[in-house]
Design a protein around this ligand. Structure first.
Ligand code: AMP
Length: 215
């Protein structure tokens, strides 16, 4: 299974991709996590992407490709979260997969209205000790995670607004791009985490378009 998880910030792509990876054994590739890890490592690439990340802007394609390409062309099943972000990246991905004789099976879109996304993003906290991501409202940290629980640098109201605007302008049109390839399935992401996870599994078990997904 090679799958793209598409959807706005706060729709639960990372959470659902992590769960699906645990269920299926596929590799969860989050370009946002790759960016943050590279920044934490302090490498030259990390320094080059830091400003974009901190401002909530997209990192240039050449830099993102350096981070994501090795994982994508490896002979493994994967769930891609945070890439592609626009049609240019989708075309780069198509060309790269075709070159590596790798087929994309499905694109799942997690859909939720902006006001819900903003509430979720403002409540998002990550544990510094375990790395797990929680939500103060919908998924509070359990007693056995010692924390501390911190906000991402780009989860401020101004940065959230900028990232959502980029999503609507650049990323959402990818729904049409992948629908035209017969790969797209839309899931309502407003429900509880478990219900959305069940909906995703149900969608994946149905043959879809011309390419049934093997789970
Ligand atoms: P995310 O965790 O997916 O919200 O990503 C955090 C930040 O990493 C984004 O605001 C961008 O600066 C950068 N980033 C992640 N994925 C991409 C991508 N596909 N293209 C460009 N920048 C990206």
């Amino acid at each position: 299974m090679r799958l793209i998880m598409l959807g706005p910030q706060g729709a639960g792509k990372g959470t659902q991709a992590q769960r699906l990876a645990a269920t299926t054994g596929a590799l969860h590739i989050s370009t946002g996590d790759l960016v943050r890890a590279e920044i934490a490592r302090g490498s030259a690439l990390g320094q080059a992407v830091k400003g974009y990340n901190d401002r909530g802007e997209l990192v240039p394609d050449t830099l993102i490709m350096q981070l994501v390409e090795p994982a994508l062309t490896a002979p493994r099943h994967w769930i891609l979260d945070g890439f592609p972000r626009d049609e240019r990246q989708a075309r780069i991905l198509d060309a790269m997969l075709a070159g590596a004789h790798v087929q994309l099976d499905r694109v799942i879109v997690l859909d939720a209205p902006d006001d819900e996304l903003i509430t979720r993003l403002l409540g998002r906290r990550q544990s510094r000790s375990t790395g797990k991501v929680y939500n103060l409202v919908t998924d509070p940290p359990p007693a056995d995670d010692p924390g501390p629980f911190v906000q991402r640098d780009d989860d401020t109201p101004a940065d959230i607004a900028r990232r959502l605007a980029i999503y609507h302008r650049a990323t959402k049109p990818l729904e049409g791009y992948y629908a035209a390839q017969g790969l797209l399935q839309k899931i309502d992401a407003r429900g509880p985490i478990d219900a959305v996870a069940d909906d995703i599994l149900r969608a994946l078990r149905q043959p879809h378009g011309s390419r049934p997904t093997v789970l």
